[in-house]
Design a protein around this ligand. Structure first.
Ligand code: ZN
Length: 265
């Protein structure tokens, strides 16, 4: 991914939990789960920082959307960023892994930011597949309209496939779960970390080769698990998008931040 001679920056990487939702394991895998039991979802945004360069990955949803969707909103993603010393109003770059409602809300939180998104994702959420109610389910028209407004405000950067967007920081097209889903790969003090986002909701998706029920393309989803493995330095370097285990496997980013913000680097 590197341009010749370019030295990667070393990035700090954080996962910030902002919401929670109860559900059963059988609801999380196509074909159900013979070991059924509670298997909740956590909701995260991620922050990457190197010196004064900051990238926020995904924007989460707010209290009102949580109410509408029956999710348990814990804290605004903005509050988590502030806790790390990142002022949302000053953020210059936001990467959207995909346009699902739980990844692309809080439209006015980053008034100065450019938004990085895959071309195919915007085509998907504004195109003919959205004539199907099932396909629209994880999207919110308000999020899509907000992105179209940003586009016309000159604030969207389209990527088509893989792209290095800063030294040691790249996006990687996966598709699968959503037509234009992208992962983020980042160079850290412990090596290459991959923010899989919804390329894998849980570690179990990758470990068992089982796919989350809401999926645009099953084959591309399975290929995505393999791709994440190729891009990351080890399994332990792949961060799934919704697994409560993330908070247990990685250390809190500071005192009192357990169950809220962990360091992935
Ligand atoms: Zn999603």
């Amino acid at each position: 991914m590197f341009k010749a001679g370019e030295t990667p920056l070393v990035w700090e990487a954080y996962a910030i939990r902002y919401a929670h939702h109860h559900r059963m394991a059988r609801e999380n895998f196509i074909g159900g789960d013979i070991h059924d039991g509670p298997m909740p979802l956590d909701y995260f945004v991620w922050a990457l920082r190197s010196g004064d360069r900051v990238y926020v990955v995904d924007t989460g949803f707010d209290e009102a959307v949580a109410k509408k969707r029956g999710r348990n909103h814990l804290r605004s993603p903005g509050e988590g960023l502030q806790r790390l010393g990142i002022e949302p109003s000053q953020v210059r770059d936001v990467i959207l892994t995909h346009m699902h409602y739980d990844h692309s809300g809080n439209h006015d939180m980053f008034p100065q930011a450019m938004y990085h998104v895959q071309q195919r994702e915007m085509q998907f959420c504004t195109g003919p597949y959205m004539t199907h109610a099932f396909m629209r389910l994880p999207f919110d028209a308000e999020d899509v309209c907000a992105m179209v407004k940003k586009l016309y405000g000159g604030r969207v950067v389209f990527h088509d496939g893989d792209a290095e967007i800063a030294p040691g920081l790249s996006v990687h097209y996966v598709g699968g779960h959503s037509m234009g889903l992208q992962m983020v790969r980042v160079w850290t003090r412990r090596g290459w970390v991959v923010l899989a986002s919804d390329a894998a909701h849980y570690y179990a998706n990758m470990d068992l080769g089982l796919v989350y029920p809401f999926t645009f393309h099953v084959g591309d989803t399975l290929e995505g698990y393999r791709r994440a493995g190729e891009l990351a330095d080890s399994k332990d370097h792949i961060i799934p998008g919704h697994d409560p285990e993330v908070l247990k496997r990685y250390p809190a980013a500071g005192p009192g931040l357990e169950d809220w913000i962990v360091r992935l680097d």
